[in-house]
Design a protein around this ligand. Structure first.
Ligand SMILES: Cc1cc2nc3c(=O)[nH]c(=O)nc-3n(C[C@H](O)[C@H](O)[C@H](O)COP(=O)(O)OP(=O)(O)OC[C@H]3O[C@@H](n4cnc5c(N)ncnc54)[C@H](O)[C@@H]3O)c2cc1C
Length: 457
């Protein structure tokens, strides 16, 4: 029997695939990787990184306004979308270059091509080349779900296209209620765009703590974002003047310059030839894997969004690394998906780790809630009518902190560190024993002494 061309062949050069390829190569494996678009994947090219750059851009307006409360004269600021996008593109090119260089440095052979499985132990590239490998890793990520069934759906853009818009619209309609939808609504509103968020449910951010959901919706409305909940779009038609007429399920209509759909994402498994190697998928098209990311086919593994576990970059990276440790490093490693901190980069932003109040109760925990809503010191002089929210969900029986939730400036930075405490199994008594860092917003997390009592109690 001839030796396979590679020990490992990775399909997809995003967060999970690149990490797995690098770690496996570090263990001495001969690794090939196919990427049909750009190395770096969703996170670097059209996800987390460009989005966060746009988030930064969208917050300067606040800074200019707030500065007046601190003695600065009003700033006559103007904003240039084309300059922002060009700067963002240069940064993404730079990061892509680093990703490629890191793979090359590890000896990973890159194929800039679409790949599919071609029977057990083999992959076929778009140019017809057939490659054999001892192990195959599928790390093809996800893609935006699109409206397929409404008139004018072709006019609707997704997050894949939004980063390359040639001009900033005056008005935008954002559809969806997940983190990508609220983030883009917030970005565009911050850049001065008249923004409407349309969502088919009554609240955004399903699955997050209710206080955070309510607090964010209040803040978005206060910032001028029009929230149309329990609503859906039923059609989009050109208005003849470069804009669009959007028909609503409730019978109303909206005029806008751009419709952005962020109604969800789905695993990118189409055309992957999974059936040729008996790789099974679930109801959403996700590749079914075990706790070591093994698929139903021997020698075929899958990590990241394509498995639809926790669809975040650091999780895809962890899964890629754990796979490589397990298969090539002789260190069987499972990824713990239970305590993953996450942020929503709206303005104000929110971040969370562990269980929300409702989720904790649903799991049978008897909980004490500690929460504080307060005006940050900064906003006393800026005059901004915004309240930070800090909340701890504590298991009454064990005193363990089950969840930590923050809404307000720097929430992501605060919660990342609180996640270390939760990872270590911190109790409320440990938070109490921690001396406050003053003056800071985060000190509130270690100074809340009284459990919250609902008004009706
Ligand atoms: C707008 C947006 C914002 C986001 N913000 C955040 C955030 O703030 N924080 C966070 O943690 N996560 C965020 N995410 C999610 C994050 O980007 C993903 O969880 C992460 O990129 C998943 O990594 P992955 O390796 O599974 O897939 P991806 O990064 O999607 O990589 C998959 C790669 O496979 C390639 N590919 C697909 N099919 C084939 C094929 N047949 N042959 C060859 N190549 C193929 C694709 O081109 C892609 O490059 C965001 C996502 C979006 C869309």
């Amino acid at each position: 029997m001839t030796a396979p061309d590679f020990d490992l062949f990775v399909i997809g050069g995003g967060s999970g695939g690149v990490r797995a390829a690098r770690i496996a190569a570090g263990y001495g494996a001969k690794v090939g990787l196919a990427e049909c678009d750009r190395i770096g994947g969703t996170c670097v090219i059209r996800g987390c990184v460009p989005k966060k750059l746009l988030v930064y851009a969208s917050r300067f307006g606040d800074a200019f306004e707030d500065a007046r409360g601190f003695g600065w004269a009003p700033v006559a600021a103007s904003f240039d979308w084309a300059r922002l996008i060009a700067a963002k593109d240069r940064e993404i090119d730079r990061l892509e270059g680093i990703y490629e260089a890191n793979l090359k440095a590890k000896g990973v052979r890159m194929f800039k091509a679409r790949a599919r499985l071609d029977g057990p132990g083999a992959v076929k590239l778009a140019d017809g080349a057939r490659i054999t490998a001892g192990t195959i890793l599928i790390a093809t990520g996800g893609r935006p779900s699109r409206y397929g069934d409404i008139p004018g759906a072709a006019h609707i853009v997704t997050s894949d296209e939004i980063f390359a818009l040639s001009a900033l619209p005056k008005r935008i309609v954002v559809c969806g209620g997940g983190y990508i939808a609220v983030e883009f609504a917030s970005i565009f509103a911050g850049l001065g765009v008249e923004t409407t968020l349309i969502h088919r449910r009554d609240k955004v951010l399903r699955g997050f703590d209710e206080d955070l959901r309510d607090g964010l919706m209040e803040a978005m409305a206060r910032r001028g974002i029009r929230l149309a909940m329990n609503e859906a779009i039923t059609g989009v038609a050109e208005d003849g003047g470069g804009g669009f007429h959007v028909a609503l399920r409730s019978g109303g209509a909206l005029e806008t310059d751009l419709v952005l759909s962020a109604i969800g994402r789905e695993p990118a498994t189409g055309g992957l030839g999974l059936e040729t190697a008996s790789v099974r998928t679930g109801t959403r098209g996700e590749i079914i894997v075990d706790s070591f990311s093994g698929t139903t086919a021997k020698g075929v593994y899958a990590v990241g969004d394509v498995t639809d576990r926790v669809n975040l970059t650091p999780v895809a990276i962890r899964e890629g690394e754990a796979f490589a440790d397990t298969v090539f490093g002789r260190k069987p490693t499972q990824v713990d998906h239970s305590l993953v901190a996450t942020a929503v980069f709206t303005t104000p932003e929110l971040a969370t780790v562990g269980l929300g109040e409702e989720a904790a109760r649903a799991l049978g925990h008897d909980v004490d809630i500690y929460k504080s809503r307060f005006r940050s010191l900064r906003d006393t002089l800026s005059g901004r009518e915004e309240r930070m929210l800090m909340k701890l969900v504590v298991d009454r029986a064990t005193d363990r902190v089950l969840g930590c939730h923050v809404l307000g400036a720097d929430a992501a930075e605060i919660v990342q560190m609180a996640a270390v405490a939760l990872q270590l199994g911190a109790r409320k008594a440990d938070f109490d024993a921690t001396v406050a860092l003053h003056p800071s917003a985060a000190e509130e997390l270690v100074t809340m002494r009284e459990a919250w009592v609902p008004a009706s109690a």
